[in-house]
Write a protein that binds this ligand. Sequence first.
Ligand code: 2P0
Length: 338
Amino acid sequence: MNQTSVSLISVNDWVSQILGEAKHKSPAAQASAYAPSNIALSKYWGKRELSFNLPITGSLSISLAEHGTKTGLSVIDAPMHQVILNGKEVSANQSFSIKVSQWLDRVLPNVLKLRVDTHNTVPTAAGLASSASGFAALTLATNSLMGWQLPERQLSALARLGSGSASRSLWHGFVKWQAGEQANGSDSVAFPLEHQWPELRIGLLTVSSQKKAVSSREGMARTITTSALYNQWPQQAESDLATIETAIIAGDFETMAKTAEHNAMSMHATMAGAWPPLVYWQPDSLTQMQKVWQLREQGLPLYLTMDAGPNLKLLFEAKHQSDVEAAFPEVQVITPFG
Ligand code: 2P0
């Protein structure tokens, strides 16, 4: 599998094209926006192009309602952007600050500097996709501050430049990010699915809130370049996505959740086959996984998914919530359509 960082058009040229005159509009004094975090049921793991952050496959997620990011923006008279995360200033040389500033410098006139006040209601970098809600909230807040009034598909593409999974975090509910084919990513955008599933529950089992040692970006690159197991991944990912979408429309919990768990385990297998091996699990992750599988053998329709981190996300329906809470007293239950 090859990744390429060559594109026919530069990201900055593409941003200028879609913003047009709007790039130079006068900003409001301040604006804010909220975006939910999301968990992929069919995962995004691997980029076909680096500068536009384009995925090899499509993916499908469920947003986490009130678990996400609220971002406030205000114009400041300063030489650099100022980034605040959960009430604390992040120094300009830290990767979070660098990524946020790079994104802002792409979309704003050069002289315009902002104070970015970000509050996460999910643990940062613990595999709960705070970069997804973070860049989605930043995109929505900037759209509001600058009065761009861009169509949602363009907002999704702009959010993707910050972090791939952010393209899916602009909406609540089920969201599908299509891989697209264009070199400039104009068709690699997400959109919400109409179908709702009020009985669906997500259980967060936090094994660790520590920042992970290997970022998703680095992990994907290592997997693609060194794991022979990755060769089968794109085909499985596209097939799983189609199965999950059909199961959502049919309200078929077993097929949806079983395919999501199989998809996650297969993604982790591609990582384990990388060199050096990439294993985001911790001993307690495995203990919790085995508990889920035991409960399932005993008849409880309970499934799991995991991202690039040690934490588990449980999938179940409302009628089994008390059984799940009894088995996992520490579980945090989310009602995505609450
Ligand atoms: C997902 N993950 O679909 C997958 C599953 C992690 C495992 O999207 O490099 O933080 O910023 O585009 O979006 C995490 O990847 O990576 C992710 P970048 P991102 O949710």
